[in-house]
Design a binder for this molecule. Structure first.
Ligand SMILES: [Zn+2]
Length: 287
């Protein structure tokens, strides 16, 4: 089933590249015994890896770019530390984005802009394929503050580092300018450091409707109200929690649709007056 939503003159479509199965320890501060229904039978929480396709008057874009072809075995020590007797084979597997794009009737050549929320591998994977840009006509925008930590300071063989070096050599990269500003008519960037130093939120506004692509600002639905829950790769947990408080208060007030990179069921959310989630496509209250 293809998930999509209309925002004014734009259509936004979820492109599934793959899934990651994460153990409870990936979410410090979360008590999964009080969050029924989240963990699967194998004891992991399944998140989507992918991208959002944005089609409208300003062009055809992606927000984030999946993980690329990836099969990461589930680490035995992580299974043991989490008491998982029958863990999934893979912690992350991806590679479906080309098929998802084709199913949406779009070719890689059609994409003219890639708006990357941050430089973790699961958001940049399809920038390059076999050493060449996978989207030959697209400029890839990224948060400059991520480069020192996630590229320069990463290990020589770190996949994200190698990929960003290739993308840089291919000349497809451009850093977002400092400060929150409009990128194209209706499309803006908000600098929201916390999960990573250069993390951004992409804002879409059309026909009086607003949507935010929040990247990894939120990793578990209950982080909407519980600021004790963090994520293993949050670079600055307090800054990330502060950013959630601030942005979700505004999103609630202005009824902005939230499209978080990794949240599903629903993929497009609104915040009610009672600080719960609704499905933005049906307005049904959800977990
Ligand atoms: Zn992510």
């Amino acid at each position: 089933m293809t998930e999509k939503i209309t925002i004014g003159d734009y259509t936004v479509t979820v492109l599934v590249d793959g899934y990651s199965h994460l153990p409870p320890s990936a979410y410090p501060g979360a008590d999964f015994s009080r969050l029924p229904g989240l963990l699967r039978e194998d004891g992991t929480y399944r998140i989507r890896i992918g991208a959002h396709l944005v089609q409208g008057p300003a062009g055809t874009f992606l927000v984030d770019a999946g993980a690329g072809e990836l099969n990461m075995p589930f680490p035995a020590e992580l299974a043991e530390a989490n008491g998982l007797s029958n863990p999934p084979q893979h912690m992350a597997s991806a590679g479906n984005l080309p098929a998802a794009l084709a199913a949406a009737g779009v070719t890689p050549q059609d994409i003219t802009g890639l708006f990357i929320t941050h430089l973790h591998l699961d958001h940049i994977g399809w920038l390059m394929k076999d050493g060449a840009p996978y989207f030959p006509h697209a400029t890839a925008y990224y948060g400059a503050e991520d480069w020192a930590l996630l590229v320069d300071a990463a290990a020589e063989d770190d996949p994200a580092r190698m990929l960003m070096h290739q993308a840089n050599e291919a000349g497809i990269l451009r850093a977002y300018e400092p400060g929150d500003h409009e990128l194209l008519p209706g499309l803006s960037v908000l600098h929201v450091p916390g999960h990573t130093p250069g993390h951004v939120v992409i804002a879409l506004e059309s026909g009086g409707q607003k949507m935010w692509f929040t990247g990894d600002l939120i990793e578990l639905p209950s982080q909407l109200t519980d600021r004790r829950i963090h994520f293993m790769t949050d670079v600055d947990r307090e800054l990330a929690a502060d950013a959630r408080d601030r942005l979700f208060a505004q999103a609630k007030k202005e009824q902005i649709v939230i499209a978080a990179a990794h949240l599903t069921n629903p993929s497009f959310r609104r915040i009610t007056d009672n600080d719960t989630w609704t499905d933005a496509t049906t307005d049904v209250v959800t977990a």
